[in-house]
Design a protein around this ligand. Structure first.
Ligand code: NAD
Ligand code: TYD
Length: 339
C-alpha cells in the first residue's frame, strides 16, 4: 500500500510515520507538510533515508501541486493530520485555521476524487463536540453527540468533518473520521500544556495555569492514537466516525503537580494566569464503538506514558531547545507576559 500522510512533521503525524514504517515495512509513505512553525524536519530525521519514505514540502491548500503529486504517486490512501492545531493561536488569528483546516481538507478530498476515488481518513478531534459540565461525570462524548464548538480551532475542525461527510454522501468518497481526545508523548510542540510545563520546569520558569486549573482533559498516549488510526484505515466501516480515547480524565492542575513531582521541582513555580476565552470545561470520550467494532484498546496507561514522555524530553533536549530558542520566544512573550 502507498499512503499519503499530511502534517507528518508535526506531533501526531510524526509519531504516526515512525509507528507506520515499522509496523508496515512493506508499505510506502509520502509525507506532505508545509513546515509551519509547528512542523519540524528533525522529527523525521531518522526516516529520511528510508527508501519507503518520501518527504515533500507542500501546502495542502496548494491545489495545483497537490494534484500534480497525486498524479505522480497515485496513492491508495490519504491520512490527513495537517492542521493548525492550537486553540490559543486560533483565538488570536482564526483566518489561517479556516484556510488550512477547511480549504486544505477540501483540496485533499478533491485530489482523492480526481485520481481514482482514493481512500481518505480525516484526523479530527473530540473538541468538535464542545465541552461537558464538570459536575456530570456520567456524561461522555459518543459519536452521536451533536457538534457544538467553542473555539475557532474546533469550529474549523468541525467544518472539515462536515465536508468529509458531505463528500462521502454526495460523491461516494470512501472516508472515515477519527475524533480523539488530547494526546501526549514525544515530539509534542512546547506550546501545549504537557510539554510546556515540562520545559518550563526544567528551566525553573513559572508554570502558567489558566484560571483555577480545574478544567478537565482526557489524555491518551500518542502511540495508542496512531494504532487506532491505522486500524480504522484498514478495517473501519466506510462513512463512519470513530471516537478514540482511554478514559483518562485529569484536571490541569493535577497534571502540572504530577510533572513538578516527577522532575523534583517546587509547586511555588505554579502561577495562575487569566483564563483562556471560551475555555472548554471538560472533555471525555466514550470509546465503546472502536473497541467493540475494531477491538482497539489503549495499551499505555497515564502513569507509564507520562514517565516515558518526561524521559523523552530529558533525553532529547536539542529537539525542543531549537524550538524554544527561535520564533517561539516571541509567541511566548505575546501569550504570557502580563497575563
Ligand atoms: P501539530 O500542530 O503538532 O502539527 C501540524 C502539522 O501540520 C505541522 O507539521 C505543520 O507544519 C503541518 N501543517 C500545518 N498547516 C499545513 C498546511 N497548510 N499544509 C501542509 N501541512 C501543514 O498538530 P498535532 O497535534 O500533531 O495534530 C495533528 C492532527 O490531529 C490535527 O488535525 C489535530 O486537529 C488532530 N488532533 C490533535 C490532538 C492533540 O492532542 N494534539 C487531539 C486530537 C486530534
Ligand atoms: P492545550 O494543550 O492547549 O490543549 P486543548 O486546549 O486543545 O485541550 O491545553 C490543555 C489544557 O491546559 C487546557 O484546559 C488549557 C490548559 N493550559 C494551561 O492551563 N496553561 C497553558 O499554558 C496551556 C498551554 C494550556
Amino acid at each position: 500500500m502507498k499512503i499519503v500522510v499530511t502534517g507528518g512533521a508535526g506531533f501526531i503525524g510524526g509519531n504516526f510515520i515512525h509507528y507506520y514504517l515499522s509496523a508496515h515495512p512493506e508499505d510506502q509513505v509520502i509525507c506532505i507538510d508545509k513546515l509551519t512553525y509547528a512542523g519540524n524536519l528533525s522529527t523525521l530525521a531518522s526516516v529520511m533515508d528510508n527508501p519507503n519514505f518520501r518527504f515533500v514540502r507542500m501546502d495542502i491548500c496548494d491545489r495545483d501541486n497537490v494534484f500534480a503529486l497525486f498524479e505522480e504517486e497515485r496513492p491508495d490512501a490519504v491520512i490527513n493530520f495537517a492542521a493548525e492545531s492550537h486553540v490559543d493561536r486560533s483565538i488570536d488569528n482564526p483566518g489561517i485555521f479556516l484556510q488550512t483546516n477547511i480549504i486544505g481538507t477540501a483540496t485533499l478530498m478533491d485530489a482523492c476524487r480526481a485520481f481514482g476515488n482514493v481512500r481518505y481518513h480525516q484526523v479530527s478531534t473530540d473538541e468538535v463536540y464542545g465541552d461537558l459540565p464538570l459536575d456530570r461525570p456520567d456524561l461522555l462524548f459518543t459519536e452521536n453527540t451533536p457538534i457544538h464548538t467553542s473555539s475557532p480551532y474546533s469550529s474549523s475542525k468541525a467544518g472539515a468533518d462536515l465536508l468529509v461527510q458531505a463528500y462521502h454522501r454526495t460523491y461516494g468518497l470512501p472516508v472515515t473520521i477519527s475524533r480523539c481526545s488530547n494526546n501526549y508523548g514525544p515530539y509534542h510542540f512546547p506550546e501545549k500544556l504537557i510539554p510546556l510545563m515540562i520545559v518550563n520546569c526544567l528551566y525553573d520558569k513559572p508554570l502558567p495555569v489558566y484560571g483555577e486549573g480545574l478544567n478537565v482533559r482526557d489524555w491518551l498516549y500518542v502511540e495508542d492514537h496512531c494504532k487506532a488510526i491505522d486500524l480504522i484505515v484498514r478495517k473501519g466501516r466506510i462513512g463512519e466516525v470513530y471516537n478514540v480515547g482511554g478514559h483518562n480524565e485529569m484536571r490541569n492542575i493535577d497534571i502540572v503537580k504530577l510533572i513538578i513531582r516527577e522532575l523534583g521541582k517546587s509547586e511555588d513555580l505554579i502561577t495562575y494566569v487569566t483564563d483562556r476565552k471560551g475555555h472548554d470545561l471538560r472533555y471525555a470520550i466514550d470509546p465503546t464503538k472502536i473497541h467493540e467494532e475494531l477491538g482497539w484498546l489503549p495499551e499505555t496507561c497515564f502513569e507509564e506514558g507520562i514517565k516515558k514522555t518526561i524521559k523523552w524530553y530529558l533525553e532529547n533536549r536539542s529537539w525542543w531547545e531549537e524550538i524554544i530558542n527561535g520564533e517561539y520566544q516571541n509567541y511566548y512573550e505575546k501569550m504570557y507576559n502580563n497575563r
